[in-house]
Write a protein that binds this ligand. Sequence first.
Ligand code: C2E
Ligand code: MG
Ligand code: MG
Ligand code: MG
Length: 293
Amino acid sequence: VKQAKASGRPEVYEPKEASLARRRFSIETELRRALDRDLLDLFYQPLVDLKTGEVTGFEALARWHHEDRGEISPTEFIPVAEESGLILTLGRWAMDRAATTLAGWDAREGETLPLYVGVNLSAIQVARDDIAAMVAGALRSSGLSGERLTLELTESAIVQDPRRATRVFDALKALDTTVAMDDFGTGYSSLAYLQRLPIDVLKIDRSFVTGMMIDPDSVAIVRAVLSLADALGMATTAEGIESRELATTLAALGCSSGQGYFFARPLAAEDAIDYWRSRQRPSLKPILTRVRG
Ligand code: C2E
Ligand code: MG
Ligand code: MG
Ligand code: MG
């Protein structure tokens, strides 16, 4: 109440929707400013081979530390970026930053590292930007080869305009990049697209992985996705692995890779490559040895 008075705004009497709309609007204004001033950051969450325990890559995740509001979650600012069109700028920034960072790690380690980086692409980018040209540009300026990048797309990128999505997916494959279907199972795409589009990896949404601990139906869904992926020759990544038990269970079920707080949270670029290096030490490497199946 005090703060509302101090800022001269009658916050207390405002209906909830109005205050939400206002926060949304100020997030948009401030996000535009943050992008202009290069105030966003990209963090990297390790992706782990569930059979060997090796770190095979990282997912790049946008972070925004706001000077007054503190940490603002991408689950809040990405939707705002999508509605306002700022996702086009943000998406290009993330692509370039991720490629530059990976090339920087190679340079510092003095070799082409056996690591890839996964970059999230919004359905809005697929609909409105020239994704293939953007990715080609990032590869050219970083000097990376296409296999070093995974593009994470969601089902919504397909549903809106399947013909356009097909062209984009094909163009990404022509650049030798890996294509992953993110949050698989939460969208509205038809299974026919899995067959038709060049998809290399299915990422099993965190909600199913978390659910496995308490809900037999989630286990059934995860099993079904794993067998579908296997039948179609796709790899699988499970998100949101928060315990050793989940990691070993998923490995036993045949899930090829995973990410989650059990392994590591998303890390700043320097911490991510340090994490990879420390896990390279033979004594620490096989954290998931002798997994059944
Ligand atoms: P996503 O692509 O599905 O990314 C995985 C999310 O799961 C990340 O949330 C990650 O921090 C979180 N996560 C991973 N392991 C665990 C775990 O063990 N426990 C819990 N509780 N969470 C875990 P984050 O970073 O908050 O990002 C949320 C979403 O925002 C992403 O979901 C993605 O859809 C979007 N996003 C983030 N960065 C970008 C970006 O640069 N571009 C686009 N288009 N979207 C982005
Ligand atoms: Mg993702
Ligand atoms: Mg995901
Ligand atoms: Mg997700």
